[in-house]
Design a protein around this ligand. Structure first.
Ligand code: HEM
Length: 415
């Protein structure tokens, strides 16, 4: 069954414009730890497709490292320039210490404050869009929510947010096949410079935001370097913006496509938290992450040699029938729901709580302000071998006048 993987190039973004359902099904069944042969300039790598094997690699940070990159694109290029500095591509003692420092900015009190802002922001954006009747959900709603959340975490002043949003759009967008590399690079540099300035400011007058926490943090008695601080600020944007955005866009598209599930949500027959988990399983915005093998070992009984690249395919693991009953059914009430959308083990997503809040607040706003909605035009798919989803989604809403009236009353009362 090795021929299965000979027909599919997992490094080519174009591959993900086709439906891979059958490919992943057959791979899980016949070749769950598959050798993806070298193609062109790219070296070969392993593709792991079963849920249990993916979890086993994630858990094992002795035999596997993230320090040579954690995405196909960097792994194939031979490494990540932020290795040993940025949380996601740092391992061992330094990773544990850096994670501890960053987690202090994710205290329950700080998260509660940020979650409240997510709620207000989401309700306002959704209510306004529903009242207008139509919108591009991606542009008018989803693009504002995660960046607002990250800006809150970082303590970015309100006056700089639009500027930062426009830079991140050019720096990271996988919207178009011909997205300009030079513009992206320039935007990335500008973001790093901007964070450098914020670090200086917070050093002088600290707050309780991530930048201040990084500026005051020490590992083994030594302060973090400015590069480390700036890279880890940036890593929140890389980790938390597009992933959350794509999940929200997929939520709307999938609910429009599954009216019976939408009705359950609207009638309150399924809890928001439970529904959000199924949205996240279904969307699986980050299709894969990866590791490099450090010592000869095995995965699912297959020998893996030191130096081999191993990619872990969430988009397959989240449809594994040995873990999920009827995995190809979108079932908002699904429990348990052990999806691996946020990864697993020592690098488990730092922003999982916020990602969940963003999705459940969206569901809450949709069911309060709208009786239903439909996709009103062609959706545009992003072009990537890492992320999946849509960068444009025209939507037409049917308003719920009672929900909207109540919203305006409470807003009026609180002004
Ligand atoms: C790590 C997915 C939202 C920040 C990860 C990992 C996954 C993931 C799979 C593990 C990577 C690995 O093991 O190599 C997602 C998804 C999200 C989301 C699907 C939204 C639905 C966020 C948000 C933030 C964030 C909102 C920040 C505000 C991070 C960081 C890491 C990480 C800093 C590195 C953690 C570490 O290496 O210890 N994310 N993420 N993510 N995520 Fe998220």
């Amino acid at each position: 069954m090795t021929e299965l993987i000979h027909d599919v190039d997992l490094a080519d973004p174009q591959t993900f414009h086709s439906d891979l359902t059958d490919f992943w099904k057959r791979l899980r069944e016949h070749n769950p730890v598959a050798w993806h042969p070298p193609r062109g300039d790219n070296p070969g790598f392993w593709a792991v497709s079963r849920h249990a094997d993916i979890m086993a690699v994630y858990r094992d940070n002795v035999n596997f490292t993230s320090e040579r990159g954690n995405l196909l694109v960097t792994l194939l290029a031979g490494g990540d320039s932020a290795a040993g500095q940025m949380l996601a591509v740092t391992d061992g003692h330094r990773h544990r210490e850096l994670r501890k420092i960053m987690l202090t900015a994710f205290s329950p009190r700080a998260l509660e404050r940020i979650a409240e802002r997510v709620r207000e922001n989401t309700r306002r954006l959704v209510a306004e869009a529903v009242e207008r009747g139509t919108c591009d959900f991606a542009e008018d709603i989803a693009s504002h929510i995660p960046m607002g959340t990250i800006a809150d975490l970082l303590g970015v002043p309100a006056s700089d947010r639009e500027f930062l949003l426009s830079l991140t759009k050019s720096a990271l967008s996988s919207d178009a096949e011909d997205a300009g590399e030079v513009d992206a690079l320039m935007a990335r540099n500008e973001i790093l410079l901007y964070f450098g300035e914020l670090v200086e400011q917070r050093r002088a007058s600290p707050g309780d935001d991530v930048i201040s926490v990084l500026a005051g943090g020490e590992i083994d008695g030594k302060s973090l370097t400015e590069d480390e601080m700036v890279l880890n600020c940036y890593s929140l944007i890389i980790g938390g913006d597009e992933t959350s955005r794509l999940s929200m866009i997929d939520a709307v598209r999938t609910l429009a496509d599954h009216p019976a599930q939408w009705q359950l949500l609207r009638d309150g027959d399924v809890g928001l938290g439970t529904a959000a988990e199924e949205i996240l399983r279904w969307a699986t915005p980050a299709m894969h992450f990866g590791r490099t093998c450090l010592t000869d070992t095995e995965v699912g009984g297959v020998p893996i040699a030191a130096g081999d690249i191993v990619t872990l395919w969430h988009s397959s693991g989240n449809r594994d029938a040995s873990v999920f009953d009827d995995p190809y059914a979108f079932t908002l009430g699904r429990t348990p729901n052990k999806h691996i959308t946020f990864g697993y083990g020592p690098h488990f997503c730092l922003g999982a709580y916020l990602g969940r809040v963003e999705v459940s607040e969206l569901l809450s706003a949709l069911r309060t302000f709208s009786r239903g909605f439909e996709v009103a035009g062609p959706a545009r798919r992003i072009h990537s071998n890492f992320l999946t989803g849509f960068s444009s989604l025209p939507v037409r809403f049917e308003p719920d006048p009672a929900g909207l009236a109540q919203y305006h009353e409470t807003r009026g009362a609180s002004v």
